[in-house]
Ligand binder design. Structure first.
Ligand code: SAM
Length: 260
């Protein structure tokens, strides 16, 4: 790609607050180059000029950059551990005061899955989950709560039946009683202050895109945000190698507990 990627990164930061220096460079640059080529711009400067003027192009860019695939109950075997071990302990200890954060929640599939599963342990109207993402567009979709059937494939049937209304051939509207459990907010994991006093942080399938340094910074901030004994639940390709150095223990894959 002609002209300067360093300058492009600065422009992107000014426009979106997304710091591309913290994302794995080879992977991200390849994605961006492909998108620019698809839109037939000769280089970064021309593309930046275009996204400054064209809202649809800008939104396409942010959407593409943030890679927001998600689904309900992604990796169901790990949700079984939440159900059998993590939630019973949390509810026993904190009751309805339990504080849960779904960080980088994308279109809401993850925090809504958390609310539905938690409803097996406490009344829905007591559940409060904080859910954040850097991308306003996915947050709007999450607030709307309308999903294609494919997103629900891994979700247990009992939740599908209880908490969705079928709309048309292949769309499902999540019920308001579940929507009310989740508060969606814009939040940049690389920049904004983190919520505190948390008992469970769910952050899955986003740190894979970050550099080692950025990832390490995020894990340290998660540690600070958790209460002693609090749990961090990560994605299935995101095991934390140095979890002991960070102050966590781990008796199950993908779950890390802050030392008491
Ligand atoms: C692949 S999705 C993961 C969604 C969900 N956690 C899951 O596992 O299904 C990654 C999400 O991370 C978000 N993201 C990327 N960079 C971020 C950042 N710096 N701060 C917060 N969210 C970010 C994207 O907008 C996207 O919605």
């Amino acid at each position: 790609m002609a002209n300067d990627y360093e300058g492009f990164k600065k422009n992107v930061y000014a426009l979106t607050s997304i710091d591309l220096n913290s994302y794995k460079e080879r992977q991200m640059k390849r994605r961006i180059d492909t998108l620019i080529a698809k839109n037939k711009y000769p280089g970064y400067d021309e593309y930046i000029a275009a996204i400054k003027k064209d809202k649809a192009l800008f939104e396409e860019f942010v959407n593409y950059l943030t890679i927001n695939v998600s689904e309900f109950y992604r990796n169901p075997e790990q949700w079984k551990i939440l159900e059998s071990d993590v939630f019973p302990e949390l509810v026993k200890k904190y009751g309805s005061g339990v504080r849960i954060w779904s960080a980088a929640c994308s279109t809401g599939d993850e925090p809504y899955s958390l609310a539905m599963l938690l409803s097996k342990f406490m009344p829905l109207n007591k559940i409060k989950i904080i859910a954040t993402d850097i991308d306003e567009q996915v947050l709007d979709k999450a607030r709307m709560g309308l999903y294609r059937g494919q997103s629900l494939n891994a979700l247990p049937d009992e939740f599908k039946t209880k908490y969705f209304t079928k709309v048309g051939d292949n769309s499902f509207q999540i019920k308001d009683e579940v929507k009310k459990c989740v508060e969606f907010k814009k939040h940049n994991l690389l920049k904004d202050p983190y919520p505190t006093r948390l008992n469970l942080i769910v952050c899955r399938n986003v740190v894979i895109y970050f550099t080692e340094e950025a990832k390490d910074g995020i894990y340290r901030k998660f540690y600070d945000s958790l209460v002693p004994g609090g749990t961090l639940f990560v994605g299935s390709t995101e095991q934390i190698v140095n979890y002991r150095d960070l102050g966590f223990t781990s008796s199950r894959s993908f779950f890390y507990k802050k030392n008491e």
